[in-house]
Design a protein around this ligand. Structure first.
Ligand code: HAM
Length: 424
């Protein structure tokens, strides 16, 4: 049998990389807490109607990218392609739409989209998302963007560009659609096959098409000109507030996002180091979605960031991958050549009780092999206790980076090692 492999567009995260993921997640949780967000965890699969009723009939995520199946009870089920619809479903299901006030959620976890895999485009990928329910204020939009920027700073991602647009309210949608249809109608036959269907079903999606001919044809269409005075005022307030908060952004009147639930503010953060899939994250306001999904009318705004893409963007910033090495450098390997391996297990327990990451040698093998192994694993410190050390009543503490070592009387080894670690 040929060896089994992970499916295309999915990947294993091996420990070196997992160290970077943990660091990224820890930074995110710290920043989110500072901003008053609390975690929500929703199931990885849902009744497919959760997504078909919310993301938009003509949205590519719904038409082409959902992992759909029938479960044993004949229910139509989908792996979640994004987090917003699930969070709204949970918000309504638990009666939070009736409670009033402001609710701030965040989530982190895998999402699934059956896209053609390429760099930065996975079939299983991870998002960090935030959703704020209960405020229609433009200052809330700005505050959510402030959080996004703080996250990017915390992750040391530089060189991003924030793009902002207004998609108007429900009442403006017809006017916007008419404007797009009017502009594209003379060129309809030149649109790609998908966009010919979009022209009928939801012409706004054409502005999001990746085909160059469709991009050329739709170039210059400005959806923001068709939005009403109140929405324009909202957008102005968001823009002004961002300016005062010194958050750089570009207005992009062409940007529509790939999901249908957005109203008013929509935004995307792109990064030049990501190649063709250049969106680090995106989001916006969705004031009608809670009601559309069967809840009370509760305005909301949020965003999601693609975590694989954050790691890719970090790589283009200096010193990004050093975290894992620095973490490993503080760890200790306890070598027990010629003495009892069980003693080694007890010593690593003493270290762990003091909060020092430690691993003991578990194989009967010469000291040289043990040191080679410790070096390979990236330990900075090795504690050696062989037969010779036992006879002398000492432990040897070796710094693998500098290759220096010292003999320490056995009663003091733990304290001395701790001091050395604090200094390194
Ligand atoms: P989205 O733009 O579909 O928005 O996805 C957000 C981010 O997820 C993208 O900018 C990208 O970084 C990442 N992403 C999407 N698809 C893939 C993929 N196939 N492989 C790797 N990364 C990917 C949403 O999902 C909305 N729910 C965001 C939102 C929250 N809006 C309001 N609240």
């Amino acid at each position: 049998m040929s060896p089994l492999k992970a499916l295309g567009g999915t990947s294993d995260i091996l420990p070196d990389e997992a160290d970077r993921w943990q660091k990224m997640e820890e930074t995110a949780r710290r920043v989110l807490k500072l901003h008053g967000f609390r975690e929500i965890r929703t199931p990885l699969f849902e009744e497919s109607a959760v997504f078909t009723s919310s993301l938009g009939e003509a949205a590519e995520i719904v038409t082409k990218q959902m992992y759909l199946f029938e479960d044993r009870g004949g229910r139509k089920v989908a792996l979640r392609p994004e987090g917003t619809a699930s969070v709204v479903r949970a918000f309504i299901e638990h009666g939070l739409d009736k409670s009033g006030g402001l609710t701030r959620f965040y989530y982190m976890g895998p999402m699934f989209r059956a896209e053609r895999p390429q760099a930065g485009r996975r079939r299983q990928f991870h998002q960090l998302g935030v959703e704020v329910f209960g405020s229609a204020s433009p200052y809330q939009d700005a505050e959510v963007l402030l959080l996004l920027v703080r996250l990017l700073k915390g992750w040391d991602v530089r060189g991003w560009v924030l793009k902002l647009n207004s998609l108007g309210c429900r009442q403006d949608r017809e006017a916007i659609i008419e404007q797009v249809r009017a502009k594209l109608s003379p060129h309809r036959q030149k649109l790609c096959e998908d966009c010919q269907v979009r022209f009928e079903k939801n012409p706004l999606r054409i502005l999001d098409c990746k085909e160059s001919r469709c991009q050329e044809l739709s170039f210059g269409i400005d959806v923001s000109t068709a939005v009403c005075g109140a929405c324009r005022d909202h957008f102005e307030k968001v823009s002004r507030t961002l300016g005062r908060l010194k958050i750089p952004f570009e207005k992009d009147p062409h940007m529509v996002r790939g999901l249908d639930y957005y109203t008013r503010t929509a935004f995307e953060v792109i990064h030049g180091g990501l190649g063709a899939q250049n969106a680090l994250g995106g989001g916006g306001r969705y004031d009608d979605l809670v009601e559309l999904m069967g809840g009370s009318p509760v305005p909301a705004v949020g965003f999601a960031v693609g975590l694989e893409r954050v790691l890719m963007a970090q790589e283009t910033s200096s010193g990004a991958a050093q975290g894992a090495v620095a973490d490993r450098a503080a760890a200790v390997f306890v070598s027990t050549a010629g003495s009892d391996i069980t003693d080694g297990l007890q010593w690593v327990e003493l270290l762990r009780e003091k909060g020092i990451p430690a691993v003991a040698n578990l194989e009967e093998r010469p000291l040289k092999r043990q040191l080679e192994q410790a070096d390979k694993w990236g330990f900075q410190w090795v504690v050696i206790r062989g037969e010779m050390e036992r006879e002398k009543g000492v432990f040897v503490v070796k710094n693998m980076a500098s290759r220096s070592q010292e003999e320490i009387p056995e009663k003091m080894w733990l304290n001395v090692l701790q001091k050395r670690l604090n200094r390194s």
